[in-house]
Design a protein around this ligand. Structure first.
Ligand code: F6R
Length: 616
């Protein structure tokens, strides 16, 4: 939801801003803009649409002698995605400019007040209100004016502000939207919404917390409490990701690169967490005592979108292995219903970005009700990791493609470990079974690595037959029902084909009416304990002439009798059907990818979406 980048130092600023925006474009691509100081003036360039449009209009100023500036890539909330609504926004004379990520909830009231006081507005955005509000409080000190203005604001913000009166500083502040400072190697100070924008220049970062304000200059930085103005001692963290992790490295799209990175991402998530000698699961980072785990009465999983699908899979594992009741909630529903939580209920949030507003609000409520909160998260230092009592990191590396792929399978791996760990502590599974589960999942990355290229080839052939379909159904049962939901989500979000996922047994309660000879249905039918039931459902579809594509387990010749479109997945290591959700996700991801590229869609930046959803 909008990306912010800023720099002050000895380098030329425009290329830094553009490179940063490229790395943050996944956060929004409705418009983009930059602003920099030149000849004592603030020069703004803005363009509607993707970053490429801005790139075209600023070609001539890339080499401009300017060393201070801000950039922004927008995901529209208030006001259409036009150039006028693109950030940066200025005050009445454009002497002060601001970039903003978030939502100013009381902007209507503030705007009409400011209008009455003579301020002239040029956009429909909530952000422009901030520029005028700061102007209204500005005397000689930008920091004081920003503090006074933000005290009047309700809502969420990460902001970067520049003012002609103090051209040697950038002022930044955050409340419920992420912001990171990058400490250069003697060449300046950086600002960004997310770490990938900083990676080409530095790995030393400081994460701002809510209600903190930072003053950046070429040589130093300082962080204060927004309300009290008191200086805050911040911890400098070192990021281990390298710059190449946020580049396409020869792949046509980030999404495909990230699909291919899944074996490594899985390995990174599993590494060091399964004892190779005795198969015991070690998760000290979650900080749960044995006593607490043994007396736990219920687990609540909260997440959105793809991460919610991971939670749905985990419910099966947890209930079967640990024998503990599990509820799974969508963040935006959870936060507005009556929550029956207490200290005997563990809340687990799942999030790639760690910034999803609804999930964050959900865990805040859970904490207030006395529930312990653990988050499974991919982004080190993100808001969710700081809000939760403990974090189980997925270590998938930066995920840039808007459609989540490697983050999802890594979440599944982390949840698999988490469920096995609880079973180990509560002794609800024999240690031998836990060892087998651990060995099986450790074998999965190699199996995937070996099979990915061939699988892509086969999926491509299927995609060629179905890429112009108008609708698609995905069906699965048990552990693969959430994967049917995930397959449908992947297809609809990147190819714009209407797709639905269903529990195969549920079709006859309504959706079966949709089936005719023009309806493609992808069935997930691995050899597992609900195989026979799944096959009955598939036969029901066949009887209504649906066009079946079946994904099954290697060696299952029966599937060929049902349809000519069969794709075989290798059997899960140690023949453990518990691992099928991870395995069977891959063909669903590849099918969505191939179909979307055949339809000419922008798979990395699908329309109307943004990677991290920091608004409710
Ligand atoms: C879909 C997708 C989204 C996210 C959702 C939650 O491909 O990526 O559905 O899963 O917005 O995001 P996180 O996991 O960052 O909380």
């Amino acid at each position: 939801m909008c990306g912010i980048v800023g720099y002050i130092g000895t380098r030329k600023v425009v290329p830094i801003l553009m490179e940063g925006l490229k790395r943050l474009e996944y956060r929004g691509y409705d418009s983009a803009g930059v602003v920099y100081f030149h000849d004592n003036k603030l020069i703004k360039h803005r363009a509607q649409g993707k970053l490429g449009n801005l790139e075209r209009i600023i070609e001539d100023v890339l080499g401009v002698e300017s060393h201070v500036g801000l950039g922004h890539t927008r995901w529209a909330t208030h006001g259409a995605p036009t150039t006028e609504n693109a950030h940066p926004h200025g005050d009445c004379n454009d002497d002060l400019v601001i970039v903003h990520n978030g939502i100013i909830e009381n902007y209507q009231t503030l705007r009409s007040d400011l209008k009455k006081r003579g301020h002239i507005f040029r956009s429909e955005t909530d952000t422009e209100v901030l520029a005028h509000l700061i102007e209204d409080h500005l005397d000689k000190d930008l920091v004081a004016a920003v503090r006074k203005a933000l005290k009047k604001v309700k809502g969420s913000y990460a902001v970067g502000v520049l003012w002609k009166g103090q051209p040697d500083i950038i002022v930044a502040a955050r409340n419920h939207s992420p912001l990171v400072i990058g400490i250069g190697n003697g060449d300046g100070t950086f600002l960004a919404s997310d770490v990938p924008a900083l990676l080409p220049y530095t790995r030393k970062v400081i994460f701002l917390e809510d209600k903190e304000i930072a003053v950046l200059s070429a040589e130093k930085w300082e962080v204060k409490n927004l309300d009290s103005g008191r200086k805050i001692k911040k911890q400098v963290q070192t990021i281990t990701w390298d710059a190449g992790m946020a580049e396409k490295t020869g792949f046509k799209h980030f999404m495909l690169k990230e699909i291919y990175e899944q074996p490594q991402a899985l390995l990174n998530t599993l590494r060091g967490r399964i004892d190779p000698q005795n198969g015991r699961i070690e998760l000290p980072e979650i900080g749960l005592s044995e006593k607490y785990i043994k007396t736990l009465e219920r687990i609540v999983l909260v997440a959105c979108g793809t991460s919610w699908h991971a939670a749905l899979v985990a419910k099966y594992w947890l209930e079967e292995w640990v024998g503990i009741p599990v509820e799974v909630d969508i963040g935006s529903e959870f936060r507005y219903r009556t929550l029956l939580l207490n200290n005997k209920v563990l809340t687990l949030s799942i999030s790639q970005s760690g910034e999803t507003a609804d999930t964050l609000a959900g865990i805040k409520l859970a904490s207030q009700l006395g529930s312990k909160v653990i988050t499974i998260c991919n982004v080190v230092g993100s808001t969710m990791t700081r809000q939760a009592d403990a974090t189980l990191y997925t270590h998938a590396g930066p995920e840039i493609g808007v459609a989540s792929t490697k983050a999802f399978t890594s979440q599944l791996a982390a949840l698999f470990l988490f469920a096995s760990y609880l079973a180990q502590v509560r002794k609800t599974l024999p240690s031998n079974k836990i060892k087998q589960l651990g060995q099986a999942i450790i074998g999965l990355p190699t199996l995937l690595e070996e099979n990915l290229p061939d699988l892509q080839k086969k999926i491509k052939a299927v995609a060629e037959l179905f890429y112009d379909s108008r609708n698609f159904l995905f069906v699965g049962r048990g552990l693969n029902y959430p994967i049917a939901l995930e397959g449908a989500l992947k297809l609809k979000e990147i190819s714009y084909i209407h797709a639905e996922g269903y529990a195969a047994g549920e079709l006859k309660h309504g959706p079966i009416a949709l089936i005719d000879k023009d309806m493609p249905i992808l069935g997930l039918v691995p050899k597992d304990k609900v195989y026979e039931k799944s096959i009955s459902n598939i036969e029901e579809i066949k009887a209504r002439q649906g066009q079946l594509i079946l994904i099954g387990s290697k060696g299952d010749r029966h599937l060929k009798k049902i349809t000519e479109h069969v794709l075989y997945m290798p059997k899960a290591p140690s023949m453990m059907p518990e691992l099928n959700p991870i395995l069977f996700t891959i063909p669903a991801q590849l099918l969505a990818y191939e179909i979307a590229t055949m339809r000419g869609c922008d798979v990395d930046q699908p329309r109307n979406l943004a990677k991290s959803v920091t608004v409710e």
